[in-house]
Design a protein around this ligand. Sequence first.
Ligand code: AMP
Length: 487
Amino acid sequence: MPAEIKGLNEECGVFGVFGVQDASQLTYYGLHTLQHRGQEGAGIVSTDSKELYQHRDRGLLAKVFANPNELKRLVGDAAIGHVRYGTSGHNSIANVQPFLFHFHDGDVALAHNGNLTNAVTLRRQLEDDGAVFQSDSDTEILIHLVRKYIKEGFIPALKKSLNIVHGGFAFLLLQKDRLIAALDPNGIRPLCIGQLENGAYVVASETCALDIVNAKFIRDVQPGELIVIDRDGLHIDHYTTNTQLAICSMEYIYFARPDSIIHGVTVHNARKQMGRLLAKQYPIDADMVIGVPNSSLSAASGYAEESGLPYEMGLIKSQYVARTFIQPTQALREQGVHLKLSAVRGVVAGKRVIVVDDSLVRGTTSKQIIKMLRHAGAKEVHMLIASPPFKFPCFYGIDISTRSELMAAHYSVSTMKELIGADSLHFLSVENLIKAINIPDAGDAPYGGLTVAYFNGDYPTPLYDYEEGYLKSLNEQEKRARKELKS
Ligand code: AMP
């Protein structure tokens, strides 16, 4: 295993419904709204109380279900679905979810958003005990554990297993007579419950998926909860009460759709507030504020409002290009940014421009944007990032589980400014990030109920399999920082 284990099951979206006609069709709409959470694969499993039916493939949802017969085949009044965001190399169909497992005592389908931090150890133990895995995804581990304890009954076995797996997880399971949802003890990934007019329940990664199917928001799934939905309705249970909310702050910064409401906070409003606080933290003398479509537009509008500077459209985005972030090589990523974004010469030429972006990870986007704006005649380009420097990896299910690629892990802000070619570079502070999001039901949870480990290295859980590689990378990092100071 490499020093830093690459997560195999990255940011994804899940959707499930129980008790409505054409459940797979509804799941299709829900997944469509969650497509921003994963573009590499998609699938749906449905049930008609007799059997479970599956269709999954690589690619965007519309491509996976391009043949309408595939959806028609998924009959029944309950279904779960998944959109997958994986990285290159592991994009085989075996890793596309929901997984479907056949057992003599009843089939089970499983979909997962997140990443398990003790997956390598568990998998080794299970394999040594005779388990045979079909995929290289960490998700499959849960079902092997359930089978190990199945003599205690399905729900007790599941509860036990959920206490053995660690990390960030939002699981959906489907059996012929029920839908089950479970969230990790820190609620790192978002998961919410809604209800359709006919009373049927819906579970989804984000509320935008409830809106599209006309489901009324009921509640967020809370850390440590096990929700069972069956013919008798909704049952809220726990597999652990040792919980503390630490939802991934990147959901608010970048991942979630702006119209989603997570733990009472509208994502757009949180981003706008990040922009406002950034303007307070770093007022800059310039002619205009521009955003980077689409992800930073909320933050940019907040910065403009607070600073009183005109909000302009200095960059436009081609609607026909997929995301650049997951391109396997740096050269392809740079090319990808060019295909995706263009500077509007008539707006920026001769102007002092403030660019607000939501985050800076590798620095590819910022560097290319600044080059483009200068090429289009911008006189000054100030880069303002509406989140803190991304210095530490995420082990809970976003595609940043190694430090090697993180620009802020290797360089000071002033060196980064030089590397991306900006006139100035500034980041939102961690305090302001927490203030901007301001989760109302966070109670006394540290960092306002958020995981901000990517910015301060303070992880809400032990890192298990990742610990050794992480510590090693920290040492290397320190050496490099000392070298940078000397030179
Ligand atoms: P980079 O070009 O590597 O600095 O990436 C930063 C840009 O990618 C930001 O402007 C975000 O909009 C976007 N981004 C941030 N985190 C992620 C992620 N985990 N996956 C995909 N895109 C991301």
